[in-house]
Design a protein around this ligand. Structure first.
Ligand code: DOR
Ligand code: ZN
Length: 353
């Protein structure tokens, strides 16, 4: 196959940051995706509808003229979130979901939840309202091996939640293990998962290939090859429970290439192209469109997009670094090749030139 046209995809898990960083990264996503679920782990976190509305306005303001993009906002769950916040979120029409970070699990998660039992009232309100809970599924217990934190979270924390709230709509974000695939497949139709391009393309060897590789450090960590295989089978298997979520997470070069570097991999510059590589590797390119453009929209009960994008089977070289406000970031595959290229798009009809 030399070209692939698909309904324009959406990114169901994205970090856009704010200020100059937002302006730098947003066009990469808007060129490829119609909509994205925007994660709320800013400093300070997006914990209220008012903050989400302000953040949404700043995203739209950062969009270059002529580009279309719809940010789908999320609220950051804390132990102070109330059922009234959920009612307000539903009324606002701009909040698509609530994000649950276990406190201390990842970047800017300190304000997250230490004990999910403290949020049962909010979960009940979300179950009633049909508002999805997006889960960073890792325990923070230092006694648990970092490579086992997702598996233990599913058993210890999420299984009791889905049993207690069977109608709660849950997305297990950026799953990384065979156990997570099994968990999602065995759960009801209310439970789904996102998969990143980097977890489909890399196993944990990539963290140490020829030396320590900070640009392959993300959370949850890359896992063994058997897990990558299970993720690839889930993504390409056609089940509507699995959909695209890049978890593209830009950090400055300086905060990655340092002692105690930040977790996060930037993939927005080549996102759908990288998924095409993974699907091609699995011999399942014909399944990419449903995974990237249909399953997520269906789960979120949003209309599917109508316009299309085209990918060409042509190699291109990723720049060795990208501008990131006054700083730079190192993108995934920096200085290396990507096998698919996004074809130039005609300007959307009705948009300014
Ligand atoms: O690698 C990650 N980076 N994982 C997360 O959960 C958060 C993200 C970020 O915001 O940088
Ligand atoms: Zn994330």
């Amino acid at each position: 196959m030399t070209a692939l046209t698909l309904v324009r995809p959406d990114d169901w898990h994205l970090h856009l940051r704010d200020g100059a960083h937002l302006r730098a990264v947003l066009p990469d996503t808007a060129r490829r995706f119609a909509r994205a679920i925007v994660m709320p782990n800013l400093k300070p976190p997006v914990t209220s509808v008012g903050l989400a509305a302000r953040y949404r306005a700043s995203i739209l303001d950062a969009l270059p003229p002529g580009m279309r993009f719809e940010p789908l906002m999320t609220l950051y769950l804390t132990e102070a979130t109330t059922p009234a916040d959920i009612a307000e979120a539903m009324e606002s029409g701009i909040v698509a979901a609530v994000k649950y970070y276990p406190a201390g699990a990842t970047t800017h998660s300190a304000a997250g939840v230490t004990d999910i039992a403290r949020c049962h009232g909010v979960l009940a309100a979300m179950e009633e309202a049909g508002l999805p809970l997006l889960v960073h599924g890792e325990v923070t217990d230092p006694a648990v091996d970092v490579f086992d934190r997702e598996k233990v979270f599913l058993e210890r924390v999420l299984l009791p939640v889905v049993r207690r709230f069977p109608r709660l709509r849950v997305v297990v974000e950026h799953i990384t293990t065979r156990e997570a695939v099994d968990f999602v497949e065995a759960a009801s139709e209310n439970v789904a998962a996102t998969l990143t391009a980097h977890h489909l393309l890399l196993n944990r060897n990539a963290l140490f290939q020829g030396g320590l590789q900070p640009h392959h450090y993300c959370l949850p960590l890359l896992k063994r090859e058997i897990h990558r295989g299970a993720l690839l089978r889930a993504a390409t298997g056609g089940s509507p429970k699995f959909f695209l979520g890049t978890d593209s997470a830009p950090h400055t070069r300086a905060t990655k290439e340092t002692a105690c570097g930040c977790a996060g991999i930037y993939t927005a510059h080549a996102a759908i192209e990288l998924y095409a590589e993974a699907f091609e590797q699995a011999g399942a390119l014909e399944r990419l469109e449903a995974f990237a453009s249909f399953h997520g929209a269906d789960f979120y009960r949003l209309p599917r997009n109508e316009d299309r994008i085209t990918l060409e089977k042509t190699h291109w070289n990723v720049p060795s670094q990208l501008a990131f406000g006054d700083e730079v970031l190192i993108p995934f595959r920096a200085g290396e090749r990507v096998a698919w290229r996004l074809a130039e798009q005609p300007a959307p009809t009705g948009a300014e030139a």
